[in-house]
Design a protein around this ligand. Structure first.
Ligand code: ACO
Length: 352
């Protein structure tokens, strides 16, 4: 017996980008009431000048839905064109339904396929790889890929190794069929033997018993070293997998974990001077998987994305897991530039 399969699409590509940045700005100074640190140390060791924390109304679902609306507007598509939604998140405190189903309802498309995935700060690149495969396999026409998190909910504000790092936000892209491949093969993997380097202080069942929130705990130096050694090679392989060389890259948007990790990646990859590099960590901190789409949206807002720009992305984090790929970006049409119009990225003389 031979079964019929779905008609394949020759390619898939990103058609629109959107972002949601929470309204509340939190500076390094704001943290010092509870944290034994300094603005100078935080800027020097991470690049972070400020971050945004969601207000109670800015839930993960609210931020995810708004980023999605902006991505759809950028793509020039109605929500009705979407066949599937995948949300990458690590700050979901409800086991069911998936946040993707809540987003489907909020967008007025309750009948679409909807699921969440958890791959730490690599989640956006993981989800983008799923969308690429779904569209090319003909399983879905258009897929909304969303990364959304409220890390402030799980940050111990007195922890000297994490309190200054994390921020909140959401980013989304619409992926649809195209005549040519517009999303390169994903380079992904991990090191599960280091799973305990980024984890939480306690299981939820223990949290219920003790009445205290679980917080993120991170062995920062170990993760830093792993990123320096592993992620450089992963990023190089992502370029090669797309059939490109560093000279072909226009934009580089690595996970915004630490400006010094970005610096190390740049030294290793020897990207041309002309490549625009995301430094969004300075104004948003580490927003987990959202940091890549938020970084891309910021480049649009700054007018730095030409049509068909080749954008190199790499995400890495809890698991430990990583994923990277190159994707071509659509033109930003006037009036539909994704994300809010933001103040300029704060200069960081301590970490230029
Ligand atoms: N303020 C001031 N001083 C501090 C602070 C602080 N908050 N924290 C540590 N220090 C001091 C230490 O006591 C130490 O002092 P000493 O030299 O006198 O002993 C010194 O600063 C250096 O401390 P380190 O722990 O070595 O700091 P490091 O340079 O490693 O920076 C950081 C810490 C920023 C966390 C870094 O390790 C890092 O960015 N790691 C990688 C994070 C990452 O990539 N995460 C992946 C994704 S996260 C996710 O998936 C959720």
């Amino acid at each position: 017996m031979t079964l019929r399969s779905t008609p394949l699409s020759p390619g898939a590509r990103i058609l629109g980008v959107g972002a949601y940045e929470p309204s509340r700005v939190v500076t390094n100074e704001d943290l010092l009431a509870r944290l034994d640190s300094s603005d100078e140390w935080i800027r020097q060791r991470t690049g972070i000048v400020e971050r945004r924390w969601a207000t109670p109304d800015e839930t993960v679902t609210v931020m995810a839905a708004e980023a999605s609306r902006r991505a759809l507007a950028h793509a020039g598509l109605d929500a009705g064109a979407v066949d599937a939604i995948v949300v990458s998140t690590v700050t979901r405190f409800v086991q069911w339904p998936a946040i993707a189903s809540r987003v489907a309802a909020a967008l007025g498309i309750p009948s679409v396929a909807a699921f969440d995935l958890s791959a730490g700060c690599a989640g956006f690149c993981y989800a983008l790889a799923q969308a690429d495969a779904l569209v090319r396999a003909g399983t879905a026409g258009h897929v909304l890929v969303i990364a959304a998190d409220r890390l402030s909910d799980m940050t111990d504000l007195a922890d000297r190794s994490t309190a200054f790092l994390f921020g909140d936000g959401a980013g989304a892209v619409v992926v649809g069929p195209s005549a040519q491949p517009g999303i390169g093969p994903v380079t992904w993997g991990g090191d599960a033997d280091q799973a305990d380097t980024i984890t939480q202080t306690q299981e939820w069942t223990d949290a219920l018993a003790s009445g205290t929130m679980p917080y993120i705990v991170m062995a920062g130096q170990k993760v830093f070293k792993w990123a320096m050694t592993e992620i450089t090679d992963v990023t190089r392989r992502a370029i090669e997998a797309a059939g490109l060389t560093p000279a072909d890259i226009d934009l580089f948007v690595p996970h915004q974990a630490n400006d010094r990790i970005t610096d190390a990646l740049l030294r290793y990859l020897k990207l041309p001077e002309s490549v625009v590099v995301s430094r969004n960590i300075r104004r948003l901190g580490n927003t987990s998987a959202s940091s890549i789409p938020l970084g891309i949206a910021r480049l649009y807002a700054d007018g730095l994305v030409r049509p068909d720009a080749a954008c190199l992305m790499v995400g890495f984090g809890a698991g430990l897991v990583y994923a990277g790929q190159v994707a071509l970006l659509p033109a930003g049409a006037p009036g539909t530039v994704p994300g809010p119009v933001n103040p300029p990225i704060p200069p960081n003389p301590l970490n230029p």
